[in-house]
Design a protein. Structure first.
Lengths: 292, 223
């Protein structure tokens, strides 16, 4: 697990949060630097909880963290964190009768941009950044799902935050919209810290310089995408029949089977992908977590 | 009025659940107008029931006041939640007060119960509804607690009418010897609801334990 950021902009230690008897976060320690960090994990792994804690939407039971040198445990520190924060929650809701411009403008006011002229300039800038200038006067209820996601991203980007928290922003988007969204996130990651929670390993492979894998409220892997992919080196093979010894195996478009796990002798090893590394990191946890 | 409050005034006004508020107000006026619509001698009992119904209808409308579909997007912004909630309440308050006053005057004078006591009941019911909504928001990820609160409020009102023992009665008539005691309980209910509501408005979800991270944040840095 090399390449840890030497000057972390976000640093968390021992974050623990329990809902009833379940530990949504269990002693999580992470540190993030400039650029896009991907957060992978099965449903119920604690990704959204970690994001909400780091976004100061919910306090942890235990642990500490700083964002750009500010401690959210104090009122003044929390205000500073929120001033430096852009947050795109999972399934963001909107006031449907607002236009895209009005909604982002409302969020801009909540981010303390009170000067009307400067604020409107900033709102136009972010709407332009997310390619919504043409529909800025359209009511949100008339916009497509992809456009609404971009409105939410614009709301997160308004005020030029130094720390951007994005919770599954590409869910429900078609491939073209996803590609456009990736472009936006990549651009947003230039010069700021972005934490991106996703189920899409392609998003991580294409966007992220670092990746964190969470399982059952704990960090199971933290490193670069290349390091995660390397975990599957020598553990992915091709065969003409489904290999019963494989941890996961599926028929590919060419008719051969791609197997992931401990290969038999003389297996026809193939180049692993980030997804293979991720699957092997989960090592059976995904289905257990889903069943739980 | 601060610069921030002025800037927030128009957008917050637009985020208010006007349909629910107007529905509650209209129902309240309709209920208060029943004694006047019915022919015959003014009936104090009917006046009392009508005004209590109007108070409940108003509270049911106000139960939706904190509904905010964009809550999650605005959950971590520097403008503090008490200001936003306070602004919503302040914007809805004049309309609610006007509606209640109109409801009181709709009941014929001969059938009108003691206005001060009934107003206390109406305020306590409304604050109870708002405090419940604030509590749901604080304790869950719900964005629109209005439906749950209004259902709960209706059930509570029915339970208060049917199930409360004599010593705890809340809904008695002015000629009942327990009238004064009952309104002391209403005042107590209002105080508790105000305290709970105010506490629930401090932060969304669970409250940050102020100062709990002091010092420990320093330990996080040299990971």
């Amino acid at each position: 697990m090399s390449d840890l950021p030497t000057t972390p902009t976000v640093s968390a230690s021992g974050l623990t949060l329990r809902y009833g008897g379940t530990a949504a976060l269990d002693d999580v320690s992470v540190r993030l630097g400039e650029g896009v960090t991907g957060l992978l994990g099965p449903n119920g792994a604690g990704k959204t909880t970690l994001l909400r804690v780091l976004a100061t939407a919910v306090p942890p039971d235990k642990g500490a963290f700083t964002v750009l040198g500010n401690d959210p445990g104090t009122t003044a520190g929390r205000q500073e964190v929120r001033r430096a924060l852009g947050y795109l929650p999972q399934a963001p809701g909107f006031h449907p009768d607002f236009t895209a411009f009005e909604f982002v403008d409302y969020v801009a006011i909540l981010k303390e941009l009170t000067d009307r002229t400067a604020r409107h300039r900033e709102v136009r800038r972010v709407l332009d950044d997310v390619a919504l200038s043409d529909v800025r006067g359209k009511r949100i209820k008339k916009l497509s799902g992809g456009m609404r996601q971009r409105v939410a991203l614009a709301a997160a980007l308004v005020g030029d935050p130094g720390f951007l928290v994005l919770d599954e922003p590409t869910v429900g988007l078609d491939p073209e919209q996803r590609m456009r969204f990736r472009e936006l996130i990549a651009r947003a990651g230039e010069g700021r810290t972005v934490l991106l929670s996703t189920h899409q390993t392609e998003d991580v492979a294409m966007l992220c310089h670092r990746v964190i894998v969470m399982v059952r409220g704990r960090v199971r892997f933290e490193g670069t995408p290349a390091e995660l992919t390397a975990r599957a080196a020598g553990r992915v093979w091709s065969s003409t029949e489904r290999d019963p010894g494989a941890w996961a195996g599926w028929r590919t478009g060419t008719g051969s089977f791609r197997n992931v796990g401990e290969p038999p002798k003389d297996a026809d090893l193939v180049e692993p992908t980030l997804e293979d590394g991720y699957l092997l990191t989960l090592d059976g946890e995904a289905s257990e977590v889903a069943a739980a | 009025m601060t610069v921030m409050t002025r800037a927030l005034l128009t957008p917050v006004l637009r985020t208010l659940p006007w349909r629910a508020l107007a529905g509650g107000g209209a129902t309240a006026l309709l209920l208060a107008g029943i004694p006047r619509m019915l022919s015959g001698a003014p009936d104090p009992w009917l006046g009392l029931i009508s005004l209590r119904g109007a108070a409940l209808a108003l509270a049911l409308g106000l139960a939706f006041l904190l509904d905010d579909p964009a809550r999650h997007i605005t959950s971590a912004v520097p403008v503090r939640r008490p200001l936003r909630v306070g602004l919503r309440v302040a914007l809805a308050l004049p309309g609610a007060a006007l509606c209640w006053t109109a409801a009181v005057f709709l009941v014929p004078e001969e059938a009108r119960p003691p206005v001060g006591a009934l107003t206390l009941e109406a305020i306590a019911t409304a604050v109870f509804a708002l405090a419940s909504a604030a509590l749901i928001i604080q304790r869950s990820t719900a964005t629109e607690p209005g439906v749950a609160v209004s259902t709960g409020l209706l059930s509570t009102a029915a339970a208060a009418f049917l199930l409360l023992p004599d010593g705890w009665a809340l809904l008695v008539s002015p000629d009942d010897p327990r009238w004064t005691d009952t309104h002391e309980r209403w005042a107590m209910l209002l105080t508790v609801a105000l305290a709970v509501g105010t506490r629930a408005c401090v932060e969304p979800l669970r409250a940050w334990r102020l100062g709990s991270f002091r010092g420990r944040a320093q330990q996080a840095a040299p990971l």
